[in-house]
Design a protein around this ligand. Structure first.
Ligand SMILES: [Fe+2]
Length: 176
């Protein structure tokens, strides 16, 4: 039904490599919030969950003595730019169409304004959903990046999300 599922994305070695840097648990919970918010706001849940899952894959490892170095992070961070590009490349490689791949990449690019010069960011509904989903899972001191979730449990969450998206798409097709 979809060219690319969340399970396809999640199990790809590139996603595995980068998701672990900023926390698998955070990525999955943001994807789950993004699904709920997408359904409430008339946004495509397939795009929202993929962007939610991949929103932080642009992070470098800002570790100093085993801890995230926020000073260095704040000064040099471009994770949204890097993540948008990585996500786009990965999605195209998996067979995603160019249009949705661009939508997802843009939602990742604009999920935060922490790296931008001051100003107002005008976000479309998909971009707003991803940003809100991310903020819902944020913990003080960046603790959301350290929570653990084992691969088995993570995959179960991903499969449940895929199922919900497919159910939604079937329902939409019936009513059109
Ligand atoms: Fe995040």
């Amino acid at each position: 039904m979809r060219n690319v599922t969340l399970a396809d994305v999640f199990t790809h070695p590139v996603a595995q490599k980068y998701l672990h840097r900023s926390g698998v648990s955070h990525a999955i919970i943001v994807a789950e919030h993004a699904l709920e918010l997408a359904l409430q706001n008339g946004v495509d849940p397939d795009l929202a969950t993929k962007a939610g899952l991949l929103h932080d894959i642009g992070h470098y490892e800002w570790y100093k003595n085993g801890k995230w170095d926020y000073e260095q992070y704040r000064e040099s961070d471009i994770h949204a730019i890097k993540g948008a590009e990585r996500a786009h490349k990965l999605l195209i490689r998996l067979g995603e169409d160019r249009q949705p791949a661009k939508e997802i990449a843009l939602a990742i690019l604009l999920h935060t304004d922490s790296y931008l010069p001051e100003g107002t960011l005008h976000q479309n509904p998909l971009q707003k959903v991803v940003r809100m989903a991310d903020e819902m899972d944020e913990e003080p001191g960046g603790r959301h990046h350290y929570r653990e979730m084992n691969r088995e449990v993570a995959l179960q969450h991903i499969q449940k999300l895929d199922q919900k998206i497919d159910d939604y798409l079937i329902q939409v097709r019936r009513t059109v």
